[in-house]
Write a protein that binds this ligand. Sequence first.
Ligand SMILES: Nc1ncnc2c1ncn2[C@@H]1O[C@H](COP(=O)(O)OP(=O)(O)O)[C@@H](O)[C@H]1O
Ligand SMILES: [Mg+2]
Length: 291
Amino acid sequence: MLEVSELTKIYREGRGIRNLSFQMNSGTTFGFLGPNGAGKTTTIRLLMGFMKPDQGSARIWGLDCWKNRTELKSIVSYLPGELHFIEQQTGQEFLDLIEGMHGERRDIKRNQIELLRSLELDPKQRIRKMSKGMKQKLGIVAAFMLDSQVLILDEPTSGLDPLMQKTFVELILEEKKKGKTIFMSSHQFSEIERTCEQAAIIREGELLNIQDVASLKRNERQTFEVEVEGEEDAEFLRQSGLTIYALGKSRFTIILADKQELLWKTLAQIHVKRFKQGTLELEEAFMQYYR
Ligand SMILES: Nc1ncnc2c1ncn2[C@@H]1O[C@H](COP(=O)(O)OP(=O)(O)O)[C@@H](O)[C@H]1O
Ligand SMILES: [Mg+2]
C-alpha cells in the first residue's frame, strides 16, 4: 500500500535522508523510530508531497507522493511534528475551519466530539492560552476526526503526559480496528511496540533495520538477573530446569520464554541477595540498533 523506494533528499548542508526503501501493507501500522535529527520529519514531508525527492520515490496506493500530491490529500490525514496555529483562534474555531475544508460532513462532527472527550480537551479556550500538550491534542483531534483511510503522524505523542500517551495508544488501536493504515514516527520505543506490526529504525538519514514487531513479540522472552547467597543456592539454581547464564559465581541471568511459575518456585527455595528484572528481548533488540 505504501512503497518507499530508494528515497533520497539531501539538504544543502549535506544532512537529510539517503536511499530509504521499505513497504507496508494496507491496514497495518508502521513505526518509524529514531533519535532527534535522524530524518523522520524529512521522510514524512516527502510522503506528504511537501517537497520533491532528489532521487527515488514514495507511493501510496500506486499514487506518487510528489506527482499526485493533490489526489492524495483526500485519502491521507496528517499530524505535523511542529504544529502552527492561528493563536487568536479558539480550539473550536480551528476545528471548524478544518471541518469546513472537508465539506462539513456530519461524521466529522461526531468524531470530533468523541475525540475531544477521550483526550479530555476543552476546545473553547484560545489556542494562545493552550499548553504544548493541549495544542498537540488539538492537532490529534484535527487529524483523526476526518476518518481518512491513511494516517501519517509525526511524533504524535510529543508533549503528551504519560497518561495521555496511553490514551493515544488506545486511540491508535481503535483506528486499527477500523482498518486504517497508519505510519507514525517516534523516538519512544514503547508506543511503537504496542501499536505497530513493523518498525523501522532510522539514524543519521539511513535506515538501519526493519523489524517485524509482531513476530518478535510472539517470541518475546523476559530476562531476570539474580544474585544468590552461596554455592548451594547457585547449584540449586543450576539444577532447577530454568534457562540460566552465569554472570559470575553467584550471579545469573535467567531467561523466561513463557510461564513464570518455575521461576518463583525456585526462588522461594534459595537465598536471593539481589533480584532485578531485565529488559524484554524486543526492547533490547531495538536498543542495540539505537546504540
Ligand atoms: N529545511 C531544512 N534545511 C536544512 N536542513 C534540514 C532541514 N530540515 C531538516 N534538516 C536537517 O536534516 C536532518 C534530519 O532532520 P529531521 O528530518 O527533521 O529529523 P527528525 O524528524 O528525525 O528529528 C537534521 O540534521 C536536520 O537538522
Ligand atoms: Mg522530526
